[in-house]
Design a protein around this ligand. Sequence first.
Ligand code: NAD
Ligand code: IPM
Ligand code: MN
Length: 360
Amino acid sequence: MNYNISLIPGDGIGPEIVAEAKKALDKVCEKYGHSFSYSEVLLGGASIDVHGVPLTEEAIATAKASDAVLMGSIGGDAKTSPWYKLEPSKRPEAGLLAIRKALNLFANLRPAYLYNELRAACPLRDEIIGDGFDMIIVRELTGGLYFGERKTIEENGVAKAIDTLSYNENEIRRIAIKAFDIAMKRRKKVTSVDKANVLDSSRLWRKVVEEVAKDYPEVTLEHMLVDNCAMQLVRDPKQFDVILTENMFGDILSDEASMVTGSIGMLSSASLNETKFGLYEPSHGSAPDIAGQNKANPIATILSAAMMLRFSLDLDEEANAVEAAVQKVLTAGYRTGDIMSEGCTLVGTKEMGDLIAKEI
Ligand code: NAD
Ligand code: IPM
Ligand code: MN
């Protein structure tokens, strides 16, 4: 079958890692007899350079017309890149937030799974790792602080900046339902993370999550304050199955969860709306420090492409084949620099992509 995929290479390491994910998809096409028609979409700095804005209406229309979007990462070095001389609403990150909002991608799934082969890359002690861990962060993606009113003003000669954090019950309910649905297919535990000891938005969050939980009697619900969760992720990551949380907490906790899997270069993500449509991107950024050096780990992007096959295109067998290929290459001892450990073979971005494509 033919599928229409929007490809967003983006900035920094984005084009390098997307090229490797495309290699994996090309191999899937060859093996399973599909064809993918790609439309390249500019986002972030790449769009600023051409159009002067980080996201155009045309880019949104192309993305909407496709079956799914596969993205690298956007953004640059805030100290040196000219993009950061623009006003905040015209910078690369504003484009990413705008496309998430325009496509209504409220559910961001970030699975953090420790491959047994990567135990040596995990900074935690062996007795903490135990049999390994497997959690998924379900992060609300189109509300909260990211989308509240913000302004910088002057009050009596003193500069003052305001960001607003708000959630309504419908926004909380739909992401909670997503988390419980996912938990039903896993180990049936949801840890809802908030700051209900301080924030009204968290108290509403807790109330709505409790209501949703009534429809899922088989799922164990626990509430955890976000500061404690940050600590528990390194004290005992095995306790988590599904972590449900709001936008900003999910951003921070997912980077932390990624490191206990060995590297942020391993953490895939899917951003979904109410339909099967989604945008798939690694959880990490554009890594300007290693861009253009063939050093970036493409696995998070390749695993994001596997999520795309599974969730948006219903190609389960193909998704499994991509994931199995990643596993095989790790088992064979190949590593990019970020997950390198003693006795393994160091490879670059392209070589890692070739090895994975070959195993599909
Ligand atoms: P980052 O995730 O880009 O990099 C943090 C560190 O992790 C760096 O040392 C980097 O080299 C390393 N790293 C990241 N991905 C890697 C990979 N695949 N393989 C090996 N190492 C990897 O975060 P940052 O430096 O805070 O942000 C850089 C830029 O990326 C900023 O402009 C930021 O806004 C943007 N950003 C974009 C996204 C996105 O597109 N979804 C996500 C996060 C950050
Ligand atoms: C992510 C990124 C983005 C976010 C930035 C680049 C706006 O950090 O996808 O995790 O905070 O959501
Ligand atoms: Mn982030």
